[in-house]
Design a protein around this ligand. Structure first.
Ligand SMILES: Nc1nc2c(ncn2[C@@H]2O[C@H](COP(=O)(O)OP(=O)(O)OP(=O)(O)O)[C@@H](O)[C@H]2O)c(=O)[nH]1
Length: 359
């Protein structure tokens, strides 16, 4: 869910799952590919070659395999997915150091290590990818250029070419990942702005009916244990056509904004006010039964009646409204609760308007 301080509280309920999901999927697929590949290659090497390998090489391959399995468990079995990614990259970093140290079969270990910067950027993103790549280069430099630090037998030219080509890979991995991240953030913010606009009523700046169906009701359903019972208050300005016909459409628009401001003042920060029709609004009140909601509706009715709109010539225009209240007890009742609130609203109109009907 989207949350940013400059926006109003209801914006955080706008469903942005499809915006964030693609990036998470990309990182997860990279991780899955890396885990699968690492398990197949490391287990295969151990099974086939363990008799030919030195003890330190067998130990480093086995240690690498354990790290991969531990990180896969953290990633898939706990909520700490970034920790799983970091454990994987840390484990493979240690494993790479041990490979450089032992040299692998006939000191060919360096050929196996170019994957690491690419993998760490792809799995953990630009910041952690740079951190792991930097550690990788520092460890490789130390091992390759410290006399007696390793048992492997690399040619001098091989050492310098390995470090240089690793640096080139790191540079391009960084550029790639950094700008991909920037463009993703930009696209994400444009996409979120579009979503926000599509969920907002242009005249009043409050959420519209689409917000209810696409974002808010799914949010209430997902958190039913915490937020239900909830109540709905449907309200419709009385004789609004007369206001339009008497004062003009512009004053009609201002009257709608005036009502929104008055209704908002009677609500809590967690309540959501939506414009669901021309002069029809729906208030959603989580964690509230119908009895209390009826009182809130009455409070709104009275404050609308007692807060006339000031016209341009200074005259006062009293706006009244009718209300229908219903309750959502379980998460399959959203549509029926809206229908019931609507029916009660029209019962209030039938009974003479400017009243609340809740039964
Ligand atoms: N100014 C303005 N008028 C609107 C807007 N949306 C709808 N309307 C008008 O609101 C009026 C609603 O009229 P009706 O549905 O007959 O309802 P009413 O006059 O309020 O009568 P009751 O609801 O029965 O009390 C219509 O004339 C619409 O054109 C809007 O955004 N701005």
């Amino acid at each position: 869910m989207y949350m940013q301080e400059k926006y109003e509280k209801w914006h955080r309920y706008i469903n942005t799952d499809n915006v964030d999901n693609v990036e998470v999927k990309r990182q997860n697929i990279s991780l899955l590919a890396m885990i699968t590949l690492a398990i197949v290659v490391l287990a295969g090497l151990l099974i086939v070659n363990h008799q030919e390998y030195s003890a330190i090489l067998n130990a480093s391959i086995f240690g690498g395999l354990c790290f991969v399995i531990i990180s896969a468990c953290i990633f898939y079995l706990t909520p700490f997915q970034q920790v799983g990614r970091i454990v994987l990259c840390s484990g493979l970093l240690v494993f790479n150091g041990m490979l450089i140290y032992s040299g692998g079969t006939e000191s060919t270990a360096l050929y196996w290590l170019f994957y690491y910067p690419l993998m760490s950027y792809s799995v953990t993103g630009p910041k952690w990818g740079s951190f792991f790549s930097l550690c990788f280069i520092v460890i490789a430099f130390f091992l390759l250029y410290t006399d007696g630090a390793i048992t492997a037998n690399y040619a001098m030219a091989e050492r310098s070419r390995f470090l240089l080509s690793s640096l080139v890979i790191i540079l391009f991995s960084f550029i790639n990942e950094f700008y991909r991240e920037q463009s993703r953030t930009k696209i994400e913010s444009v996409s979120i702005d579009h979503k926000r606009d599509a969920n907002t009523d242009a005249l009043t700046d409050i959420p519209n009916r689409r917000f209810l169906e696409a974002s808010y009701f799914p949010y209430l359903k997902a958190n039913a244990n915490l937020l239900l019972p909830a109540s709905l208050i449907m309200t419709d300005i009385d004789h609004f056509k007369v206001i339009n016909d008497t004062y003009g459409h512009d004053v009609g628009d201002k009257a709608i904004v005036h009502c929104v401001n008055v209704i908002k003042k009677a609500l809590r920060n967690t309540d959501v006010l939506c414009r669901v029709g021309g002069e029809e609004f729906l208030v959603c009140i989580p964690q509230m039964g119908i009895k209390k909601a009826e009182k809130i509706a009455e409070k709104i009715r009275v404050s609308l009646q007692d807060t006339p709109m000031v016209l341009e010539d200074g005259k006062l225009l009293t706006i009244r409204s009718s209300f229908g209240v219903s309750e959502i007890v379980s998460s399959d009742e959203f549509n029926s609760a809206i229908k019931l609130a609507d029916e009660r609203l029209y019962a209030a109109k039938e009974k003479g308007r400017n009243r609340v009907v809740a039964a």
